[in-house]
Design a protein around this ligand. Structure first.
Ligand code: 13P
Length: 292
């Protein structure tokens, strides 16, 4: 069923788990991710990132996502990930998304606040949950995703969210989700990931009325993810590890085939692997041991 992210986050806070927020840029991912959420019985958000638009235009992606979400047995918010401009976000709102991230994290704090408040004034009355970001998410995706440059990962502390800025931002905007930077990376890590849990807890204590989000879930050891959940993370964006999971198996299948391989067969195989990986990730987000 289609759900309101703000309500999902309230339940996640009450029961100490996190809403996984997963990009579904094709119908294979969409079906696999939703089937996994139904298997684990956990609410999720399914995402269309603005920079995925030249892979699958939002006019095609969102109606499909809404249709699947409505038919699902678990609550699902259809979400804009990293919306970068108001025009795109308003198009998404008209298409029926139930939550949006307006990423103005590259702007100075005051401008970031002003932009996010402008969006809230425009869509707040529609019950659309809003996510914003303070600090910077470093980027190291496997492919040059739609022109995004790779970040220097030698010192992740340069990207950290300033706790005072997070507090000011939340007090002045009242956003539903604030994504913070505390050691995670979009895409692949160099070396062992090391989330800064004390920084997360400091920000959590200064932003008591806001749900905190973490991007770059792929590659973070599951025990660190669960520590982050227990320290206040309520939304976890996860994509690369799920999306890259099928490739080695498909390559083997193609290499070992005697003759032509049907695409539907590859698609079915990919869907099964995405499903299995997503089930694994969702069990981590459900944090069942900590909830017991
Ligand atoms: P990963 O691909 O690193 O899991 O991050 C996804 C993400 O944060 C999308 O916004």
């Amino acid at each position: 069923m289609l759900a309101n992210l703000a309500e999902l986050l309230q339940d996640a806070k009450k029961n100490n788990y996190a809403i996984a927020s997963i990009n579904t840029p094709n119908q294979i991912s969409l079906r696999a991710v939703i089937a996994a959420a139904e298997e684990v019985n956990i609410p999720i958000t399914i995402n269309h990132a603005q920079n995925e638009d030249d892979h699958i235009p939002i006019e095609i992606a969102v109606p499909l996502m809404l249709d699947y979400a409505k038919k699902s047995t678990v609550p699902i918010s259809v979400h804009v990930d990293h919306g970068l401009d108001m025009k795109h976000i308003m198009k998404a709102v008209r298409l029926g998304v139930t939550s949006v991230m307006y990423d103005c994290s590259n702007l100075p704090l005051e401008e970031n606040i002003a932009e996010v408040k402008r969006l809230m004034d425009l869509v707040g009355h529609l019950g659309i949950a809003i996510e914003a970001e303070v600090g910077t998410m470093p980027n190291n995706m496997p492919d040059e995703v739609h022109g995004q440059e790779r970040s220097d990962l030698s010192d992740l502390s340069v990207y950290y969210t300033d706790p005072k800025e997070a507090q000011i931002f939340c007090e002045q905007t009242g956003v539903d989700v604030l994504t913070i930077s505390f050691g995670s990376v979009h895409g692949m890590y160099e070396g062992e990931p090391n989330l800064n849990i004390p920084l997360l807890e400091q920000i959590r204590d200064l932003t008591p009325n806001t749900s905190l989000g973490m991007h770059g879930g792929s590659g973070v050891p599951y025990d660190q993810i669960q520590k982050a959940i227990s320290s206040g993370i309520r939304k976890i964006n996860y994509f690369t590890a799920i999306d890259t999971a099928p490739a080695p198996h498909l390559a083997k299948l193609i290499n070992e085939a005697d003759g032509p391989v049907n695409f539907w067969k590859l698609a079915d195989e990919a869907m099964e692997i995405i499903y299995e990986k997503t089930v694994e990730v969702l069990r981590v987000c459900k944090n069942e041991a900590a909830r017991a």
